[in-house]
Design a protein around this ligand. Structure first.
Ligand code: NAD
Length: 490
């Protein structure tokens, strides 16, 4: 029987006021995962109202920070008990291999919740050395209602990057998951409800980006928008938020360079570069999609890289042996095909892959693809493909590669492989990106801030820094003069 899912607003499971619904399908099989209520502007209004009510009064507004932290820890415990369920939902929604969702994405997501649960009672203001008989202190306060707009590549993890710091700081939240992956976030809300999160603190409104997403970004009563998604949509979100001078944080796309120097340990560089691009079928914002390889190591590196890439096991993502599942949708598959075609037309050499994977019937599978002889000006080297396609560029020396690596509109992540300590740190300084990986790629930790520069966005998620994005500083002045201060007699 087909499962149906409702919106989660004010602690209630409700249909959209218009009764509209949409289908969500398993990208590996085309099977229907469920029919989901589709939020319209009226539903956005109701969700924001519920979040506002929960923020202004009632148990959440009155809860001591330590109790808030304890409640978030209880939720984390509940999530640990449901790792299998969440991993399976995530994999059925977006096609991520079950080993990646179960052992990487879901545990990392719960770790984020625990990290911020621990910070709930550590939000602090300051006392300042004030002049004369005056005294000033600052309060660090929650912003209010947070609107979170999330993409489909890591639905739960990217929702949690917003939800956990927002709630730890005392805000309430309305989350708009991506059209392709709404189910796991609804399940997440259910688990939070079961541990007693007060009504209205978390609201989930699946729906279309240009309706529910736009409605949230431009809503007059939302205090901040936290967005993860493409650079193009990020621009629209920023415009919509500007209507009410709403702060935004934007985690956007990337075209991250991954640089292998002559003296690198080949096996490490090969394995890390593979993970850097093919993890989650290449649908990773920080993916090392431009692979720069130095002349002296080029042939040896490429021999090993190609051999290993051709051995990647593609298949049903629910099977534990699968290393690469399907792309999330037909739309993504078509985009990848368009880019592969443009790579061929612009003169790059297709080394392996470059076609749909034929071993399965209905899924959106694509083969891991390598292009050589790529120049930095080709569209496969400039634009984010968001699929399992890597563009390999040969380089001469440090100056040459630094210039090329930074010659991009994006600045999310970057990586390099070398055993030369000085070179590694010179590169770390020179690369224009929010993250630099040295002899590793795509590492994440709840305590390590993550975010972009240039058109990869601004703001830092994760780490203690993220709490700043969900609080504001209030400056409080007190006059200590016995007689009071009469400005007109000065
Ligand atoms: P997308 O930009 O198409 O959609 C992201 C979200 O925005 C979805 O929920 C969508 O419904 C919503 N949306 C669409 N139009 C909207 C509008 N007009 N107003 C408000 N919301 C709207 O991105 P996607 O295809 O879901 O995800 C892939 C993109 O996300 C890639 O570019 C990737 O690099 C980026 N990404 C970035 C990070 C990061 O941390 N920097 C992480 C993951 C993904």
């Amino acid at each position: 029987m087909t499962k149906t899912y409702q919106l989660f607003i004010g602690g209630q499971w409700v249909d959209s006021v218009t009764g509209k619904t949409f289908e969500t399908r398993n990208p590996a099989t085309g099977e229907l995962n469920g029919i989901v209520a589709e939020a319209q502007q009226e539903d956005v209004d109701l969700a924001v109202k519920a979040a506002r009510r929960a923020f202004e009064s009632g148990p959440w507004a009155e809860m001591a920070p330590s109790d808030r932290g304890r409640l978030l820890h209880r939720a984390a415990q509940k999530l640990w008990e449901n790792v299998d369920l969440l991993a399976e939902l995530e994999t059925k929604d977006n096609g991520q291999p079950i080993n990646e969702s179960k052992y990487i994405a879901i545990p990392a997501m719960i770790d984020v919740l625990e990290f911020y649960a621990g910070l709930a009672n550590k939000v602090q203001g300051e006392t300042l050395s004030s002049p004369g008989n005056r005294f000033n202190y600052t309060l660090r306060e929650p912003l209010g209602v947070i609107g979170a707009i999330v993409p489909w590549n890591f639905p739960l993890m990217l929702a949690m990057w917003k939800l956990a710091p927002a709630l730890a700081a005392g805000n309430t939240i309305v989350i708009k998951p991506a059209e392709d992956t709404p189910i796991s976030t609804l399940e997440l809300a259910k688990l939070f409800q079961e541990v007693g999160i007060p009504d209205g603190v978390i609201n989930v409104i699946p729906g279309r980006g240009d309706i529910a997403g736009e409605g949230l970004a431009s809503h007059p009563d939302v205090d901040k928008i936290a967005f993860t998604g493409s650079t193009g949509v990020g621009r629209l979100v920023m415009q919509a938020a500007s209507r009410h001078i709403k702060p935004v944080s934007l985690e956007l796309g990337g075209k991250s360079p991954n640089i292998v120097f002559d003296d690198a340990s080949i096996d490490d560089a090969v394995n890390g570069s593979m993970f850097g691009i093919y993890f989650n079928q290449g649908q990773v914002c920080a993916a090392g999609s431009r692979l720069f390889v130095q002349e002296g190591i080029y042939d040896r590196f490429m021999d090993s890289f190609i051999r290993k890439v051709e051995g990647i096991r593609i298949g049903n993502p629910l099977e534990a042996t699968t290393q690469m599942g399907p792309q999330v949708s037909e739309k993504q598959l078509n985009t990848i095909e368009r880019y592969v075609q443009s790579g061929l037309e612009e003169g790059a050499r297709l080394v392996t892959g470059g076609k749909r994977f034929a071993g399965t019937e209905n899924g959106y599978y694509y083969t891991p693809t390598i292009f050589e002889n790529v120049s930095n000006s080709m569209s496969i080297a400039r634009e984010e493909i968001f699929g399992p396609v890597i563009s390999v560029i040969r380089f001469k020396d440090e100056e040459d590669v630094l210039k090329k690596a930074n010659d991009t509109l994006y600045g999310l992540a970057s990586g390099l492989w070398t055993n030369d300590l000085k070179l590694a740190h010179r590169m770390a300084k020179g690369l224009k990106a929010g993250t630099v990986y040295i002899n590793t790629f795509s590492m994440l930790d709840s305590a390590a801030p993550f975010g972009g520069t240039k058109q990869s966005g601004f703001g830092r998620e994760l780490g203690i820094q993220a709490m700043d994005m969900y609080t504001h500083t209030k400056s409080v002045w007190v006059d200590l003069n016995k007689e009071g201060l009469n400005w007109y007699q000065l």
